[in-house]
Ligand binder design. Structure first.
Ligand code: PGA
Ligand code: ZN
Length: 425
C-alpha cells in the first residue's frame, strides 16, 4: 500500500521548472517519476498547472508540487499501488475536473507514474514487464528527429520535425546504429556546406535553409552517404505541427511569412510524398480540423501514416471521434497530454483495436525519466518518437530501449517494417 506521496520542483531540458513525484510504499519501496512539457502544445491538452508568479517567468510549479504533497497524498495514502486504474481514478476524483485543471495534470501524471514504478519495484519486476506482462516484447521503430524547425528552433524552417525511421533494421540495436550514422553524416554535410550544426530543442540540427524541402533533400543525402537505401532501409517522417500555422481562413508559415490555403497545403504534402520516401506525416492540418484530416487521410493514407498529435491529444474521446470519421490512421501518445498512466494505456489500446498506429512520444522539454520507453515495449506500440540520437534528455530513452532489448534476449522483437497495423512485408 501507498504510505507517502511527495513532490519537488526540478528542471526540464529547457531549464523550465517541472514536477517530480516520489512514492513510498509500506514495505519501504520507493520510486520517483518526473514529467515533461511541450512548446507546441495542443489547445485540448490536460492542464499543466503553473504558478504564474514573477519567478521563473511565471512557470514555477510549486502549486502543483504542493498539491502532490497535500491533496494527492491524502487521496492515495493507504491505497494499493498495484492497480494503476484505481490510483488514477482516486486522483481524478480528487481533482474533479475534466482537464485536471484543479490539481494539475503535471502533478497527477508524476504521481501516477511514480506509483506504478514503485509497484513494479515492489514486485521485483522491470517497469515494462510490470506494465505489459510477458506479451510486451516489441522494440519500437525510433522516429529520430534529426533536423529541427518550427517552435523548437530559431532557424527559418517552418516544418517542426524531420525524422528518420530505420525500418529496415533487424534489431533495435541496429536501428540505433543506422540512425546515429545518418545523424553524424548529416552533421558533416551541413558543416561542409557552411550551414549551422547547432541543435534545436530535440537535439536535431537547426540550420537556416533556402526552403523546407531542402531539409528532405539533406536527409535523403545523409541516408545515402551513411550507406543506406532511402525508403527501404530508412524512411522519413515529418511533424508539420500545423496548428502553429493556423489562421482563421487558412494557414501562414510564421517564419517565411507566407500564407497558404488549406487546399494548397494538402497539395504541398502530396507533392512532397511523391518526391521523397515519406512514411509518416504528423499534424498536417490544425487541431480542430477533423474534416480536413479525413480528406488528407483519404488522399494519402493508403501509403502514408497520418498521425494525430494536437488533434487527439492522447484523449480516448477525441481518438474515438477520429476513428469514427476516419480522420487519421495513427495517434501520437504523450502521457502528459492526458495526465494519467491508465488513460494513456487506454488510448494506445483503443488505437490498436481500431487498426491505428501508435507512437509513444517525448515532449520538447524533457527530463531523464524514461517511462515512455517501457510503455512502448509493454504496449507493443511499434513506434517511439524521442528526438535525435543526441543530448541525454533524448538519448536516455533510446538507451533504456537498448537495455530492454538485451533483457528480453531471444524474446525481443524489433517492429521494423511492421511498425503499424497493415504495414510490413
Ligand atoms: P512539443 O512538440 O512537445 O513541443 O509539443 C512535440 C510534438 O509536437 O510532437
Ligand atoms: Zn507533434
Amino acid at each position: 500500500t501507498i504510505q507517502k506521496v511527495c513532490g519537488r520542483q526540478i528542471f526540464d531540458s529547457r531549464g523550465t521548472p517541472t514536477v517530480e513525484a516520489c512514492v513510498t510504499l509500506s514495505d519501504g519501496t520507493c520510486a520517483a517519476a518526473s514529467v515533461p512539457s511541450g512548446a507546441s502544445t495542443g489547445m485540448f491538452e490536460a492542464c499543466e498547472l503553473r504558478d504564474c508568479e514573477k519567478e521563473f517567468s511565471g512557470k514555477g510549479v510549486y502549486k502543483a508540487v504542493n498539491n502532490v504533497n497535500t491533496l494527492l497524498n491524502d487521496a492515495l495514502k493507504g491505497k494499493p499501488a498495484c492497480c494503476p486504474f484505481g490510483v488514477d481514478k482516486a486522483m481524478q476524483v480528487a481533482d474533479g475536473t475534466e482537464n485536471k485543471s484543479a490539481l494539475g495534470a503535471n502533478a497527477i501524471l508524476a504521481v501516477s507514474l511514480a506509483c506504478a514504478k514503485a509497484a513494479a519495484k515492489a514486485k521485483g519486476l522491470e517497469f515494462y514487464r510490470y506494465l505489459g506482462g510477458v506479451n510486451g516484447v516489441t522494440l519500437p521503430v525510433p522516429m529520430m528527429n534529426i533536423l529541427n524547425g518550427g517552435a523548437h528552433a530559431s532557424n527559418n524552417v517552418d516544418i517542426q520535425e524531420f525524422m528518420i525511421m530505420p525500418v529496415g533494421a533487424k534489431s533495435f540495436r541496429q536501428a540505433m546504429q543506422m540512425g546515429v550514422e545518418t545523424y553524424v553524416q548529416l552533421g558533416k554535410t551541413l558543416k561542409e556546406r557552411g550551414l549551422s550544426t547547432t541543435v534545436g530543442d530535440e537535439g536535431g540540427f537547426a540550420p537556416n535553409l533556402d526552403s523546407d524541402e531542402t531539409a528532405l533533400k539533406l536527409l535523403v543525402e545523409a541516408i545515402e552517404k551513411a550507406g543506406y537505401r532511402p525508403g527501404q532501409d530508412i524512411g522519413i517522417a515529418m511533424d508539420a505541427a500545423a496548428s502553429e500555422w493556423f489562421e482563421k481562413d487558412g494557414y501562414r508559415f510564421p517564419k517565411k511569412g507566407e500564407s497558404i490555403s488549406k487546399a494548397a497545403l494538402m497539395d504541398y504534402f502530396e507533392r512532397l510524398c511523391g518526391l521523397y520516401p515519406i512514411l509518416s506525416i504528423e499534424d498536417p492540418l490544425s487541431e480542430e480540423d477533423f474534416d480536413g484530416f479525413s480528406q488528407i487521410t483519404r488522399r494519402l493514407g493508403k501509403t502514408v501514416q497520418i498521425v494525430g498529435d494536437d488533434l487527439f491529444v492522447t484523449n480516448p474521446k477525441r481518438l474515438q471521434k477520429g476513428i469514427d470519421g476516419q480522420s487519421a490512421n495513427a495517434i501520437l501518445v504523450k502521457p502528459n497530454q492526458i495526465g494519467t498512466l491508465s488513460q494513456t494505456m487506454e488510448a494506445v489500446r483503443l488505437a490498436k483495436r481500431n487498426g491505428y498506429g501508435a507512437i509513444l512520444s517525448h515532449r520538447s522539454g524533457e527530463t531523464e525519466d524514461t517511462s515512455i520507453a517501457d510503455l512502448a515495449v509493454a504496449l507493443n506500440a511499434g513506434q517511439i518518437k524521442t528526438g535525435a540520437p543526441a543530448r541525454t534528455d533524448r538519448v536516455c530513452k533510446y538507451n533504456r530501449l537498448l537495455r530492454i532489448e538485451q533483457l528480453l534476449g531471444e524474446s525481443a522483437v524489433y517492429a521494423g517494417t511492421f511498425y503499424a497495423p497493415g504495414k510490413g512485408r
